[in-house]
Design a protein. Sequence first.
Length: 119
Amino acid sequence: VQLQASGGGLVQAGGSLRLSCTASKRTFSNNAVGWFRQAPGKEREFVSAVSWSGDNVSYADSVKGRFTISRDNSKNTVYLQMNSLKYEDTAVYFCAAAYGAMWNRPRYWGQGTQVTVSS
């Protein structure tokens, strides 16, 4: 099982980043994928998820209207476009593959990528 998140970095408040989650075809095929984040001293929290087809997406209230999730199944990649970043978006971001085509709960986790937003 291989999931790899990338694209994190340091950005000023109001800026943008695009995260990528790449997985093996076996892990990626027919599975929904979600993004989570964990800030220092806090529990890991759900950010967004996309179904296998890409037709169904969901977002945490805290990121609605600012983040956009999408996927390119030909590249086994899911993206998280993050705009209007806030200091409180600072966290390690993880992607996870679910059990099946619709998001339910994480089955496989990838390594995280650090996002730091300076105020």
